[in-house]
Design a protein around this ligand. Structure first.
Ligand code: FE
Ligand code: FE
Ligand code: ZN
Length: 277
């Protein structure tokens, strides 16, 4: 089963996203929990969620991935921003508990000059304040390109966050193909090696989702600019290897390529032809 989808607008609610996914040949999707550059959110519409949950079962849509806003920085220098990060994540998790199997992905953040160690400490501090034993929603740390003072540009940094988090059973990792190539993991020439490195440092059982993106920039450029599938420095051969790799086969793939809805539909159709089973 090929679990493939893309980023969708959450403006019109969950049922609308489910319907949009189906129309473009997707069986999963990602969405922002709230305004990605702000933090504003509409009140929870339980009726919409009930209809969506029904629709998802009927149409085999699952493993949907919520993306926390970009403004969420758990390792910010200001206490005000760190509190915003904490409150936002608490609220997002509470909302997602209403959707079976939904996961929440977030960027570990930027240490903004405080140093990687302090950044890692602050992120795990937030996770220790937010995560609860009873929550079902898995929280995913996204692998980053290592742009500026970004944390999470190496598997080791993510490992250290997990190690410092008490309820680490609630944590997983989302691997972004554009980001890790940008960060210096050569998935074009050495995918097997990168995946065994992931396994050695993090354990493949932590890997819960793939952001499937090509990259506008060459290997190890730390820029984080996504490209449409097959048209960037990863290219079609690497993308085909990734979606068909035996250890990745069962994972959900989410496109975050620069596309409108029609473009996503074309990419999903293309990827289905590239997938062997
Ligand atoms: Fe992201
Ligand atoms: Fe991503
Ligand atoms: Zn990115």
């Amino acid at each position: 089963m090929f679990r493939i989808g893309c980023h969708l607008s959450s403006q019109k609610g969950y049922l609308a996203m489910g319907e949009a996914a189906l129309l473009i040949g997707a069986n999963t999707f990602q969405f922002f929990t709230r305004n990605p550059r702000g933090g504003k959110i509409k009140p929870l519409d339980l009726e919409d969620i009930r209809k969506y949950n029904e629709f998802a079962i009927e149409n085999d849509i699952s493993d949907i991935l919520a993306h926390a806003p970009y403004t969420l920085n758990a390792s910010a220098a200001s206490e005000h921003l760190r509190n915003f990060a904490k409150e936002t994540m608490l609220d997002d998790i509470k909302r997602l508990e209403n959707i079976p199997g939904a996961m929440l992905n977030f960027h570990p953040g930027s240490h903004v000059g405080q140093g990687v160690e302090t950044g890692i400490e602050l992120v795990s501090q937030m996770l220790n304040e937010v995560l609860t034993e009873k929550q079902k929603t898995l929280v995913l740390l996204e692998t980053m390109a290592g742009k500026g003072s970004e944390i999470g540009g190496s598997f080791e940094e993510i490992r250290r966050i997990i190690d410092k988090t008490r309820l680490s059973s609630k944590l997983g990792v989302c691997l972004d193909t554009c980001h890790i190539y940008d960060a210096g993991y050569d998935i074009v020439n050495a995918l097997d090696l990168v995946l065994s490195e992931f396994d050695r440092v993090l354990g493949l059982d932590r890997l819960k989702a793939i952001h499937l993106n090509d990259s506008k920039n060459p290997y190890s450029s730390h820029k984080d600019r996504h490209e449409t599938i097959g048209n960037g420095s990863l290219g079609p051969k690497a993308i085909a290897e990734i979606i068909n790799h035996p250890v990745l086969l069962k994972l959900p793939f989410y496109l975050e390529t620069p596309n409108d809805v029609e473009g996503y539909a074309r990419e999903i159709a293309l990827l289905k032809t590239m997938r062997h089973n």
